[in-house]
Structure formats: C-alpha cells, structure tokens
Design a protein around this ligand. Sequence first.
Ligand SMILES: *Cc1c(COP(=O)(O)O)cnc(C)c1O
Length: 685
Amino acid sequence: MDYFLYRGNELYAEDVAVAQIAEQYGTPCYVYSQQTLERHWHAVDAAFAKHPHRICYAVKANGNLALLRILAELGAGFDIVSGGELARALAAGADPQKIVFSGVGKTTTEIRQALSAGIGVFNVESLPEIHRINDIAASMNKIAAVAVRINPDINAHTHPYISTGLAHNKFGIDKNDVLAVYKTIQQLPALKAVGMACHIGSQILELSPFAEALSCVLQLVTALKEQNIILQHVDIGGGLGVCYDAETPPSLDDYAATLLNTLQKQAPYPLDLWLEPGRVIVANAAILVSKIEYIKETASKTFAILDAGMTDLVRPALYDAYHKIIAVKKLTQKEIMVDLVGPVCESSDFLGKSRLLAINPGDLIAIRSVGAYGFSMGSRYNARPRCAEVLVYKDKTQLIRRRETIADLLSHEQQQPFVKMQGLGNDFVLLDLDENSEVWSSEKIKQLAHRQTGIGFDQLLMIKKKEDNQFHYKIYNADGGEVEQCGNGARAVALYLTLKNKIDNSKALQLLTCNRLMTVKRVGPQRFKVDMGPPDFSPAAIPLQLPLQDQYEIVLDNKTYRFAALSMGNPHAVLRVEAIDNAPVQTVGKALCLHPSFPKQSNVGFMQIIGKHRLALRVYERGVGETLACGSGACAAAIVAIRDGYCQSPVTVHLMGGELIIHWQGKNEPVWMEGDAQCVYEGAL
Ligand SMILES: *Cc1c(COP(=O)(O)O)cnc(C)c1O
C-alpha cells in the first residue's frame, strides 16, 4: 500500500499532483512519499513487537539524509557497509550504538572511524578482518563488539546477482568454520562476540529460506553454548521481497511469525532478534518521474525515449528487473506498445519493455517502486548530472537533493592553479582569482601553509582584476587571518602580473588593499618599487605619552630602553644598537612587542647604523617572532635613521633575508620600498 494514487486522471503523490512537482523541480526526479515510508517502517516494527528486536535499516537501499533522518526519529538502527554510509547515518542523527557495520572489505580507515563513532557491532566476514579489527581496537584502547556473519549455504531462489548466502558467494564465513572462528575471537583481547548474523540475499519471495537460515544460525549458537560461548542476539539480515509486478511476497506478519516460531523452538536461551531490512521499507515509497522526449518508430518496434535512463535507475539494465510504468496523466487515446528507453549509449539502457501506454511526446510517466536501489545505485555515466529528489508529506513538497549541475560534474577534475613566489626570504602563494583559482577558507589556508603537510608559505596573496593596471589585493597570514599591508607581497604580485603580461609596465600598477591603494613601479627585470604611504609618527596604535626629543622610554627589568615609534600601516618600535649580532631581539623585542603600551602589539626593529646610506636590521614581528624579512620594518628603521640625522635617502637596509632600498623625501612624503621578487614554482591542486 502506498500514497501514489490517481485522483481522476491525475497521478498524485500524497496530496500533491505529480505534474506540479515535475513542473516545479524538473525531470527526471525521484518523488518520495513520507507517509508511505513511515507506514512501512511501522509495519515491520509492529510485526516483531512481541519479541525483543532491533531493526537496522540497510542504508545502501537508499541513503538520502532526509529519509535517514525520518527513520532515525522513528527509532531505527542502521546497517552500513562503508565509511560513507557511516557518515550518512551519523549526519542523519543515528544513535551510533544502533549501527551495524556489514561488508566483506572494511578498510583500516573505516574500522577506525566506526570505533571512534562508537558503533554497536561489526558483522565480521573473515579471519583477516577479525584480526585487523582486534589490532585497531587494541591500539585505540577499545573493545569492539562483533557478530560473525555466517554463510549458511542456502538457495534463496532470487536473482543470482542478489543472492549472497550460497557457499560460492564471497559473503560470510563457512558454517563449518564458525565454531573455530568464535574461539579465535575469544582469545583476542580487544574483541567481544555479542551475536551471530547472516544475510542470504535480496528480493526473497519465500519464507522457507529465512527459516532455514535462522535455523542454521541457531544450531551454531547452540553448539557455541556447549563451549560456554554465550551471545545476546541473532541477526537475520534483510532480503524480504516486495511486489514490483505480480509477485506475492510473504506478508510481514507471516515473515515475523516464521522467524519468531523458529527462534522459540530452536534458541538454546533467550536471544534478541535483529533485522536489516532495506527494500521492504523504502521500495514502494518512491516513483521516478520522467518526461518522454521522443517517440521513435522503427521497423520492428516503437521506442519511447525518456529523459531518465540507466544512470537514474539501473535495476532493469543490471538485473532485468521489472518496474511498473504509468502515465502521470491518463489519456483516453489508444494505447501503443513501446519499449521505454533512456538516452544513454548502451543497449541495456531501458526502463521497461513492451508496455502498453497511451502516451505522446512531452508527456510525463512515473516508474513505480523505485525507492530501494534506485537513486543509490545511480551513476553519472555519459556525464549525466544526477537527478533531483523530492519528498512529499501530505500537501507539502521539499527538495531533499538538488539536481546536480554541470559544474558539479566538472568540479572534481578542475585544477586550482597557484604560483609560489618569494620576496626577501618570505614565501608567498599567489592565487589569481581571474584564472580559476578559488577563494581559500582560513581553514584551508592554515592547512596548506604548513611546511610539512601543505605547500608551505608565510602569506597567501589573492588578486582579482578591477580595471586596467588595477587589482584587488588581499593578504592572509599562515594562521588564516587577514592583514592590512605587505610590501614584499606587492612586489611578488607585480612580478607575477609582469610575467603573465597582465599589466602595462610603462604605467604604475595599483593594488587595492583592504585599507588603501598601493602603487608599484617596475625598476628592473625582477625589481620593483612599492609606495608604502607616508609614515605616521603619532599613530593611534601607539598611545604612548611623553615623547622625549621624539624618543619614548620604557623600563624593563630595571633597564631603560629608548626607542622611536611610528606606523607604516602597522605599528613599529625602532631601537638603535651598536652591534646588531648582539641585539636582544628575543628578550627585549618580545617584551616590547607584548608591552601594555601597545594595545595592538608592535613590531620591534633593532638597527645598527653602518654608513650614510646603509643600516643593518633585525625585526621581532608581532604574532611571528624574529623574522628574516619585514618590509614595513625596513621602512620604519630607515625613516627613523633619516629623521634623526644618521642616514640620508636612499637607505639600503640589510635584513637576514636580503636587501631593500628605502626612499623617503621627509615629512608627509610617501615611503618607497625597492627590492627583488622571484617566481619559485607554478602548481595546481
Ligand atoms: C543489502 C543488505 C541488506 C538489505 O537487503 P534488502 O534486500 O534491501 O532488505 C541487509 N543486510 C546486508 C548485510 C546487506 O548487504
């Protein structure tokens, strides 16, 4: 029973016309009925009500988060087969304790994720897997609960691709080896056996294979009891079939009665019953709505060519599965016999063969019972974006997965170009937003700035063209925070734009930072002069009192230090020393930087005058420590040296990372900083 019914000649999903959903969300499109889903959940749960049980919905049947959320709220547990499904279940609010992890190929990473999440039990399928889980759990100081999935060698009389309980299948542990495996588990310190599981296949239409499988499990549980190994639950898996065409699957009540009878007769002691149904819960809760693009007549057949294909629903192509197909609007015209096929370049791309339908090009059709193994088995073959999924509840619709775009298809292969540059010992990574680079989040900056695990850089520069010779320029430190000004970075940007022929170097380049316009001029092949703006001798960031012949004084550890202070876009304190090698950069530099007189902290420069046009400099940089190269620090030192009469413009400043030449004509004239830049490497990620 479901909620996809005609009202008059119009197909409805609950209280909404399917044609209206197609109009709003486009086709192809999966349409789910929440009331149908809930009804099926309750039917399964109610059938087992009189026995302690747990229902772990098999996420692989349909992992849409909105559907998982509905089931989690109804109290469902989840059967997962991958780390991806684990993430889905957790994202949907699943109780980790109610998660069962099945599957033959659990990776180390997946096992670790599952243990971290605290899942209920691993259904284990081989000895090597058992040892792997034990080792990982031991290394994490945890005990992993396990249930052995047995292979009962039972024929469930279903399609060979979906039968799993035969001896020649890859699944489970041979029933003859099961006792030895439990003994091994008993000896492994980080494992605890709590149950025994099986899962014999899917779309099973008879009860006897389930009874046989459970009976086999219970015989093994009985044998274990004789070895003093006691379990808490048996897990019969999923697999109950549904009606797609004219099948008559057992009712849920008969299914429950068969299992509970078997349990009552053969269980050696009280055992909880766990189930992992997938299909029986979701299959009938969805239709796939598709538009007929063409009707194509050939000598032998008529084809209705749909906008949905095997990429949206692969079951017909994969298992020759049958799905009912109905018209969204019933027409009174004559029915025609058609094969309904998709646009994909495969002859197996069909959704229904030899169907009688009254249809025309442009009409909508609905493919029924596609909730299980429909969307979840879809693909992007032929570069087809995955279709939309819509949930209906009474008269409300909700988009629960947006239709993929062409951009989604390309996104995993697109390269993010970057350029690594250098300026005076500083490493920069430059992102040109006009060349497909994307804006990096501060998280990503931090990660990629790392010298061992990332690209390694001091600052990230992002540029975007505004107009000819004018670019937006943003600067981020390695910790992801944005900064106001970086003169070394500006030269790197200018070199990059020169090498890429993006600017006219006969004119000045203008860079718009977050607080001002910087001008950059080329003065050599790789050499640039940057306008750093005028110095500010009484900046708000340095609210010190008592200027003493333009010098400030601070007492640290009973010693008096005199220094000049100014701002070059950021605050600087400059101390003159006699011998640069002995300058107390780590002690006094750090103490001054953090001194309460500088509410925003200050960079601290130690300069030694070498001649009329030359000085040496070491800088303690706020937030960084001693640095190889600080462009604004070089400007600050040279300006103090010129102002106080030690030097004359231009001043060559020697820093550990290299040399800069500072030009300043005094007073409110701008400071020009001249130096080299280098392009180190061009890459993409
Ligand atoms: C696929 C699967 C299920 C669900 O099967 P359905 O036929 O959808 O009920 C349950 N358990 C395991 C281990 C599975 O692989």
